[in-house]
Design a protein around this ligand. Structure first.
Ligand SMILES: C[S@@+](CC[C@H](N)C(=O)[O-])C[C@H]1O[C@@H](n2cnc3c(N)ncnc32)[C@H](O)[C@@H]1O
Length: 204
């Protein structure tokens, strides 16, 4: 399996194109299909280490936008002045304040590729991952502007439906999408929420 990973198409493509992770292509494919990030946007990326999504988000927002990456792990510095990172646990009660301190204004887009350390015990991994997705959604509801978008990774399983119901209450349109760069063997899929309704805002 390790051998396969190292020689996989997107792994090699990431190496040759200078991306920090093969995950970068998942976000690229999501953006290509759904146009959830625009030039000049303020983007917050949860679970951002090692930084592949940060690189892709920066390409999209350009010089006038702003990108903030959050991870419990250290993120090696990126070479742009408008990409900042913080080392923080997204389950910490102070997370919203910490993020807001860093942002120039309300965010246009929240991204989450959060994954727990997988144990191989399916029910446990699913439950832990959905817990992180719910936290990401809670944070989104507090930091996004009216009309903002989210892309949140979820592990498919019995708790996903309830998560999607919460998405539907808060966004005008929602989609589930598995980009080609996501391994078929992986349970991950991406929940996309278009246009936050702040007036109908319901906490999770
Ligand atoms: C799949 S990786 C993200 C890859 C990233 N999108 C990229 O392109 O490089 C998932 C990340 O979630 C982070 N994570 C897991 N639980 C977290 C938590 N409670 N707070 C912050 N980050 C967390 C992990 O440290 C890990 O770096």
């Amino acid at each position: 399996m390790k051998w396969k990973n190292r020689h996989d198409f997107y792994y090699r493509k990431a190496k040759s194109e200078g991306y920090r992770s093969r995950a970068a292509f998942k976000l690229k494919q999501i953006i290509e299909k759904f146009k959830v990030i625009k030039e000049g946007d303020v983007v917050v990326d949860l679970g951002a280490a090692p930084g592949g999504w940060l690189q892709v988000a920066r390409e999209k927002v350009g010089e006038k936008g702003f990108v903030l990456g959050v991870d419990i792990a250290e993120i090696r510095k990126l070479p742009w002045r408008n990409v900042k990172t913080i080392k923080f646990d997204i389950t910490d009660p102070n997370i919203v304040k910490e993020i807001q301190k860093m942002l120039p204004r309300r965010a246009d887009v929240l991204l989450s590729d959060l994954s727990p350390k997988v144990t191989g015990i399916w029910e446990l991994d699913h439950a832990r991952q959905i817990f992180l997705s719910e936290k990401a959604l809670e944070i989104a509801l507090k930091i996004l502007r009216e009309g903002g978008n989210v892309v949140i990774k979820v592990f498919q399983g019995e708790m996903m439906q309830e998560f999607m119901e919460k998405m539907k209450v808060n966004f005008r349109k929602t989609r589930l999408f598995k980009p080609p760069a996501s391994r078929k063997s992986s349970a991950e899929i991406y929940a996309i929420g278009f246009s936050l309704r702040r007036e109908h805002h319901r906490s999770c």
